[in-house]
Design a binder for this molecule. Structure first.
Ligand code: NAD
Length: 487
């Protein structure tokens, strides 16, 4: 597949880096080089920030309705190019082409459409004080830096840029070094939709490039998606210039299945919560707590369906499981599988690399289930970010809540029950930013998204995102003169 969008995009122009340095973008399915990507240094980041600052001053003067119109045009262009962009995302991430048209392109378009739609409805407050009144203005922050992870590159670029742009900010975005292509494609979409030069810039690179963004004096806010450890570094670096931060970090989320659950539905959710996108999803419900009385039945149905999953070429429409993002990441995931096998957990299925034919060239692992897990095992405590499910049993609600919450993370959680009061009671007690009841991993753009505890700060999506891309200015207006304490 010929790949077109491999440059950086700064101030409305496609460009290489000042140093001329590049890095390789590798296809995880076969190890081949897709493209060489320019590596941004400090001067490139600075150029992007300067351009963004210039463009933002003018953009903030556009009416919100005018800004919204550009975003909605961009949403339409994403949809018109869905096939091409989905292929690009599958090529770059290794995620099956079964997933990317809907989970990436359509979800990105829905995001642009949503923030384009609500832009004109963002309001301040008014307060009557009898002899005076006040109102608040929601003002943009200025230049926002977006730093993305590699699992959902286009969606992450949309989730950050759309609310930023809708509210009058500019953005400098750095996709993950492993997946640079679709954020760059998004820049072309924005340009075609009429977004003025400088408002959405894409720079490429590794930690050092990201750090140049988080340290930059011209950047007002950093919205970061990635590992919790990196998030702490980013927040520390942003603190030097007191930037605002949004942190979308990792998780080790619980999925709790009570004895009265519809078991087939619960099995479907557990599979979606662990094997979709090869398990490379931050919200995944990787700790599956099953009421001990239904464990056997649950595991048997789960095993049968899991063993039917089709691994293969991400571009084949029949493929359900593609390769992991890289060979390095595969080694990490295989390491966790070995930990699981060496523990007292029982391997139900998988537990090794998937090999044979084309699979040998890429980073495939078998969808894996461990049963009989206990809370202190490494596979149960640490984020693996691969298709590895740990099944644990419980006897009562209080016990499972205590164990489900016994983690440093708090991104998401799920529960399956037919008992209405239990559902709401447990949803309230789970320490997570998102709780799904009788479902898992559904993230409509209308619903706020983000974590608590070690999983993050701030929220993306929904009206909540507006809060994190604007600042309130309070304006007090006196109607009766200064009440002066002095003669
Ligand atoms: P990562 O933390 O390794 O990298 C994320 C991004 O940060 C990359 O663009 C990287 O180049 C950049 N970076 C690395 N060091 C940096 C530094 N010192 N300063 C600035 N930028 C730096 O994460 P990853 O491996 O790309 O992604 C996987 C992780 O992302 C998982 O932990 C997953 O749970 C998390 N994630 C979270 C969400 C969410 O919304 N909560 C969504 C997707 C992924």
């Amino acid at each position: 597949m010929q790949v077109e969008y491999t440059k950086m995009f700064i101030d409305g122009s496609w460009c290489d880096s000042d140093s001329g340095e590049t890095f390789e973008n590798i296809n995880a399915a076969n190890g081949e080089t897709i493209a060489r990507i320019p590596l941004a240094g400090h001067s490139d980041v600075d150029r992007a920030v300067q351009a963004a600052a210039r463009a933002q001053r003018e953009w903030a003067r556009w009416t919100p309705a005018e800004r919204g119109r550009v975003l909605r045009r961009a949403a339409q262009l994403l949809r018109e190019n869905v096939e091409e962009i989905a292929r690009l995302e599958s090529l770059d991430t290794g995620r099956p082409i079964q997933e990317t048209p809907e989970a990436d392109v359509e979800s990105g378009a829905a995001c642009l459409e949503y923030f384009g739609g609500i832009a004109a409805g963002i309001e301040g407050e008014y307060g009557d004080l009898s002899r005076a009144f006040y109102y608040t203005r929601r003002e943009p922050l200025g230049v926002c830096a977006g730093i993305g992870a590699w699992n959902y590159p286009l969606q992450i670029a949309c989730w950050k840029s759309a609310p930023a742009l809708a509210t009058g900010n500019a953005m400098v975005f750095k996709p993950a070094e492993l997946t640079p292509l679709t954020a760059t494609r998004l820049a072309a979409i924005y340009r075609e939709a009429g977004l003025p030069d400088g408002l959405f810039n894409v720079v490429h690179g590794f930690a050092e490039t990201g750090q140049a963004m988080t340290e930059h004096h011209g950047v007002a806010k950093v919205s970061f998606t990635g590992e919790a450890g990196t998030g702490k570094k980013v927040m520390g670096s942003a603190a030097g210039t007191l930037k605002q931060v949004t942190m979308e970090l990792g998780g080790k989320s619980p999925l709790v299945i009570f004895a009265d659950a519809n078991i087939d539905e619960a099995v479907s959710a557990a599979m979606m919560a662990n094997f979709y996108s090869q398990g490379e999803i931050c919200t995944n419900g990787t700790r599956v707590f099953v009421d001990a009385s239904i464990e056997e039945e649950f595991l048997e149905r789960l095993r049968q369906r899991t063993e039917k999953l089709k691994l293969g070429d991400p571009m084949n429409p029949d493929t359900q499981v593609g390769p992991l993002i890289s060979k390095e990441h595969m080694e990490v995931v295989l390491g966790y599988m070995e930990d699981g096998k060496a523990s007292s957990a029982r391997l139900v299925t998988g537990g090794e690399r998937a090999t044979g034919g084309e699979l040998d060239k890429g980073a495939w692992v078998l969808p894996t289930i461990f049963a009989g897990c206990s809370d202190d095992m490494e596979i149960v405590r640490e984020e693996i970010f691969g298709p590895v499910m740990s099944v644990l049993t419980f006897d009562d609600e209080d016990e499972v809540l205590r164990r489900a919450n016994d983690t440093e993370y708090g991104l998401a959680a799920g529960l399956f029950t037919r008992d209405l009061t239990r559902a709401h009671r447990v949803a309230a007690a789970l320490q997570a930013g998102v709780v799904w009841v009788n479902s898992y991993n559904v993230t409509p753009i209308e619903m706020p998204f983000g974590g608590v505890k070690g999983s993050g700060i701030g929220r993306e999506n929904g009206h909540a995102a507006i809060e994190f891309y604007t600042q309130r200015k309070s304006v007090y207006v006196e109607l009766e003169g200064v009440d002066c304490a002095y003669d």
